[in-house]
Structures are given as structure tokens and as C-alpha cells.
Write a protein that binds this ligand. Structure first.
Ligand code: DQA
Length: 147
């Protein structure tokens, strides 16, 4: 199976950025262990982070008929981007939305997501573990739906 992990703006600053909220691990560290976890499940994992909405959208379009499942942390675009939502709908690839922090415990503007109602599932507040739970769940779902 081919799984794409997408991370939105400012997540390249993980480790340095508000460590009390987002933890001390860097994105590179998290993605390296996630890639290892994927290998053990025979999943080919690709990771892409961008601070630009258009680049994330392009990456989603390129995934059409190539990627079986997406794990996405849209970061601040969660709360703003109809365009990113439409991109995911346009390729109809199932996805899990992940947030490191518990967005519902934070500012009111973080309570709404443009993704949750069309997501396969949503994980938030569990830190970097959320990506691993998402991978586990994606794998289960892919095995279930495989011919
Ligand atoms: C985030 C939560 C968002 O509200 C925020 O804009 C982020 C990160 C998280 O992983 O907790 O950049 O998606």
C-alpha cells in the first residue's frame, strides 16, 4: 500500500515551536520513526511538508490513483482552507486528520475544521503518537478493503 503523510505550515518548526504545546521532537524525527513503523507493515510511506497551500494542493492532485490513503495534519489550514478540502474531495482518497494538540482545549477559532466531516477519522491531543495511530488504522482499513 502507498500512504502519503502531509504536514501543513509551521510544522517544519516542530521541536522549536511552542514545545509545551507541540512537544520537543522534530518533524524529521517523527517521520523517520513513522517510516520505520510503515516498513514493518509493508507500507510505502511518503512524507511531504509545506508552508504553502498551493504546494499541498498540488501534492494531493499528484496522488490521484497513486496513493491509497492520506494522513494529514493541515495545521493552521485546518481552520481556513476550503481549497485544501476540495483538493482532498477531488481525488477521493480516504484520509485521517491528525493534530498534535487537543484543538478543542484551545482557542475557539481552532474548534472548527474544514476536514473533519469528510475525514475517515480524526485524532487530536495525543502528540506525535497520533500519526502512529493513524497509520495503524489506515493499514487495518486498507487490508480490509484489499481485493
Ligand atoms: C495543529 C493545530 C492547529 O490549530 C495549529 O494551527 C497547528 C498545529 C496541531 O497539530 O495541533 O499548526 O494542527
Amino acid at each position: 500500500f502507498n500512504v502519503l503523510v502531509l504536514n501543513g505550515p509551521n510544522l517544519n518548526m516542530l521541536g522549536k515551536r511552542e514545545p509545551d504545546v507541540y512537544g520537543r521532537e522534530t518533524l524529521a524525527e517523527i517521520m523517520a520513526s513513522l517510516t520505520q513503523a510503515a516498513e514493518q507493515k509493508d507500507i510505502n510511506l511518503t512524507h511531504f511538508q509545506s508552508n504553502a497551500e498551493g504546494d499541498l494542493i498540488d501534492r494531493i492532485h499528484q496522488s490521484f490513483e497513486k496513493i491509497d490513503f492520506i494522513i494529514i495534519n493541515p495545521a493552521a489550514y485546518t481552520h481556513t482552507s476550503v481549497a485544501l478540502r476540495d483538493a482532498l474531495l477531488s481525488v477521493s482518497i480516504p484520509f485521517i486528520e491528525v493534530h498534535l494538540s487537543n484543538v478543542h482545549q484551545r482557542e475557539v477559532f481552532r474548534h472548527h475544521s474544514y476536514f473533519s466531516d469528510i475525514a475517515f477519522g480524526v485524532i487530536c491531543g495525543l502528540g506525535s503518537q497520533g500519526y502512529f495511530y493513524a497509520l495503524e488504522s489506515a493499514n487495518k482499513q486498507l487490508l480490509k478493503s484489499a481485493p
